[in-house]
Ligand binder design. Structure first.
Ligand code: 6PG
Length: 241
């Protein structure tokens, strides 16, 4: 696990954009495509803007396929739909073709949406191992990641797949990658910054004894892949030296 701590968000996002491009270049070089899983939430907005502007000409974006690590159970034109945020900040500005974007079909009931999402991913991988080149993750101040929230069934889900989960504290369903699917990735990058994440991060990274039910982000431990944390001083201030 590689923990990167930045003084400013500008430096963090610049380095994270370079990291994404580097993995994209290697994946395209090796497999002629880059399977990239995006995170929702507010943290990645500046990164997506950088990728769509300063990085516009650094790789062949026509070889990139975009997925979502989780999605809210809202219509695709709802401002809380992770796909809409990415569409506005990244996908439309880069002119990404629809058949290169794997949105979660939230017009279906959550369980059906999860089944259909998994089918679309299976079809894309066409029998190959479901190993994404890069999965970008955020982390909530309750230590959830994707939609793997504390005290939910998803914490114990050992399936390599996509699940729907009812999140009591939000009183809503979510559709999400499971931790075993995330842990198959070649590269996983957490994007976590701000003082409000410090308490959760202290436990997720600092606790010797794991408590997945309380701190689900502790589940993320790639089997063969590399895990990198892109953080700032505020979010890591409670970590022991
Ligand atoms: C979502 C995300 C979620 C997010 C965290 C952090 O659908 O909300 O996928 O896991 O990454 O909640 O959100 P912020 O970046 O807004 O703090």
């Amino acid at each position: 696990m590689n923990l990167l701590i930045y003084k400013t968000l500008e430096e963090l996002n610049q380095d994270l954009a370079d990291y994404v491009i580097k993995i994209a270049e290697m994946s395209i070089e090796e497999n002629d495509r880059f399977n990239f899983v995006l995170t929702g939430g507010s943290s990645p907005k500046a990164l997506y803007h950088l990728l769509a502007t300063e990085c516009e000409h650094r790789i062949d974006w026509e070889k990139v396929y975009f997925f979502f690590g989780d999605e809210r159970n809202v219509p695709s034109d709802d401002e809380n739909y992770n796909g809409l945020m990415a569409k506005k900040a990244l996908l439309d500005p880069l002119g990404i073709k629809e058949d290169h974007i794997f949105y979660v079909n939230t017009s279906l009931a959550p369980e059906k949406a999860a089944i259909e999402y998994k089918k679309s991913i299976d079809q894309h991988f066409n029998g190959e191992d479901l190993t994404f080149d890069l999965i970008l993750l955020g982390m909530g101040d309750d230590a959830h990641t994707a939609s793997i929230f504390p005290h939910t069934d998803l914490v114990k889900d050992e399936e390599v797949g996509i699940a729907s989960v009812f999140v009591e504290k939000l009183n809503t369903y979510r559709i999400s990658f499971t931790a075993p699917l995330i842990n198959k990735a070649d590269n996983v990058a957490f994007l976590v910054f701000g003082e409000n994440k410090a308490e959760a991060l202290k436990h997720v990274i600092g606790d010797e004894e794991k408590n997945f039910d309380l701190y689900p982000s502790q589940l993320i431990d790639p089997i063969d892949g590399k895990l990198t944390w892109f953080t700032d001083e505020a979010a890591t201030k409670l970590l022991e030296e």
